[in-house]
Design a protein around this ligand. Structure first.
Ligand code: BGC
Length: 515
């Protein structure tokens, strides 16, 4: 047997009657704009924190340090400032906490209410940030943005997977990641434009977050709720009518019965977070907790948050730094398409393993380049040629992430759970992801200051670890009907012993995703 575990043929799952209706496509496109607000925030803060006017107004000490480049000071430390990193990372801590509240709202009041609440809170945050007069206003605004994102990231993926016909679920799931990357790119383009303004460029950058938020909030008001959510809230008739509408057929008996059954099964599990600790869910628990942790330890957000700051550290000029962020943002969007077209064909493991190796090579390359130019003292500067080589290596690294750990970091945890632990698994996934996004956001500038070029080797070491982990412990899940996933675990060389015999074959025949 292959080390990765047995591969279950993708047959035997149920096929429901379902057309891909324009209605469902529009609903999903609108819902996916939730990814835009997340992406916009990831991409905006790095550019803003590298703008002189912004630094001068809110973080004068950083500004003074940055300008003090006499050639004797370490380049590695010029941006180290805990208040500055708190500006970036406070959002993720807020999102982490909010996602727990969102989970209750989403269950009790429906997915669209969560999206609307998220959009409105986010809007207030954007206004506060755009109007900020002092650091407190900035950070409170950022926290509100975080709460909005916590709500959106909790409800949007659930909404998408419930609305999507089963055979499109993978592609639609990556649609959310696509929206994230478009948001990041939009932010870096906005930063590039506003940095040319004499004053208040940063205000416009921050306030424009209101645009994707408005799209999402207004969209959410008009979105229908999912059949699953309607059943969950006792509205069976409406649920059936909605299911017929989104599937474009009245032949929905089977899927409807499965939705009702799924809702009953999940109602019996009173404490999903306790259930998931049972031995038979060990493979899912371990993988759901490790994947978001590993995703953040690829070091991707060093690039996404701080690309302009990083490029400035490497000696690029202001303009070149912001332009470089636009370039990495474009690579990120384009490379995501690769995963959409290959994920169901070549499978998750091939993408994980290839992407991992490609990232390791780039990280070693960038680390070596930075070491050779800046050494341990951190003095020196890149020539044009070495600068471009570093940028090229970073782009190849971003591409690798964009077709591996980016989309798969969200897709895999969402598809490996049986119904009864799927929702708990999703909360663990989101909160672990947000927690480590916070940690990286908060620690990166200090790490750069202390680990110096070793920072690139540090993340490279983690990518070696996670690639080995995938090789040994993450089985292939492409084309496996979601409710037959237990067979995959059962035939795995390591996880097999955790799965009781009766768990295989007794799987619920239900291919819906119940959150
Ligand atoms: C990650 C983010 C990251 C983004 C980059 C997402 O999957 O969760 O942390 O910034 O990808 O495109």
């Amino acid at each position: 047997m292959a080390v990765g575990g047995g591969i279950v043929p993708g047959s035997g799952g149920k096929q429901y009657e379902a057309r891909v209706t324009p209605f469902v496509v529009i609903a999903c496109v609108v819902a996916a704009t939730g990814g835009l607000i997340f992406g916009y925030d990831i991409g905006i803060s790095g550019g803003v924190t590298s703008m002189d006017e912004f630094l001068l107004k809110f973080f004068p000490a950083v500004y003074a340090k940055e300008k003090n480049t006499t050639g004797h000071d370490s380049q590695y430390c010029k941006f180290e400032n805990h208040l500055l990193t708190l500006f970036t990372s406070s959002l993720y801590l807020a999102a982490l906490i909010a996602s727990f509240f969102a989970s209750a709202t989403t269950r009790k009041f429906g997915r669209k209410i969560s999206m609307t609440v998220g959009g409105v809170i986010f809007l207030i945050g954007a206004v506060l940030n755009g109007a900020a007069m002092n650091v407190s206003m900035l950070i409170i605004g950022r926290i509100l943005l975080g709460v909005g994102i916590g709500y959106a990231n909790q409800s949007v993926p659930v909404y998408l997977s419930e609305m999507a016909p089963p055979k499109l679920r993978g592609a639609l799931n990556i649609g959310f990641q696509m929206a994230i990357t478009i948001g990041i790119l939009a932010a870096s383009l906005v930063n590039y434009g506003t940095s040319k303004m004499r004053e208040n460029g940063w205000r416009i950058s921050l306030a424009l977050a209101a645009v994707p938020a408005l799209i999402m909030t207004i969209g959410a008001v008009f979105l229908p709720d999912t059949p699953n959510s309607l059943i969950e809230r006792g509205q069976k008739e409406n649920a059936r009518a909605m299911l017929e509408k989104i599937r474009g057929t009245s032949e929905v008996d089977e899927e409807f019965a499965d939705l009702v059954e799924a809702s009953e099964v999940s109602r019996q599990v009173e404490q999903p977070l306790k259930t998931i600790l049972e031995r038979k869910y060990r493979p899912q628990l371990v993988i759901t907790s490790l994947i978001p942790f590993f995703q953040q330890f690829t070091g991707i957000n060093v690039i996404m948050f701080y690309a302009p700051v990083l490029f400035k550290t490497l000696g690029f000029g202001d303009d070149a730094s912001l332009m470089s962020a636009v370039v990495t943002g474009m690579v990120n969007v384009l490379a995501t398409f690769v995963s959409i077209f290959t994920v169901d064909k070549f499978g998750r493991r091939v993408l994980f393993l290839e992407g991992g190796i490609q990232m390791i090579i780039c990280q070693i390359g960038v680390g070596a380049l930075v070491a050779s130019v800046f050494g341990v003292s951190g003095t020196g500067s890149f020539s044009k040629g070495t600068g471009n080589l570093a940028l090229a290596l970073i782009c190849v690294y971003v591409a690798a992430f964009a077709w591996s750990w980016g989309p798969l970091g969200w897709l895999v945890p969402s598809e490996i759970h049986p119904l009864e632990t799927r929702s708990a698994g999703q909360s663990i996934n989101v909160s672990v992801n947000m927690f480590f996004t916070f940690i990286i956001g908060q620690l990166f500038l200090s790490m750069l200051c202390h680990l110096k070029f070793g920072l690139f080797f540090f993340f490279g070491g983690w990518v070696v670890t996670m690639t080995a982990f995938v090789y040994f412990f993450v089985p292939e899940t492409k084309n496996v009907p979601i409710e037959e996933m237990n067979r995959v675990w059962k035939s795995h060389w390591f996880w097999g012993k955790y799965i009781p015999d009766d768990a295989v074959g007794l799987a619920h025949h239900n291919t819906t995703n119940n959150a």
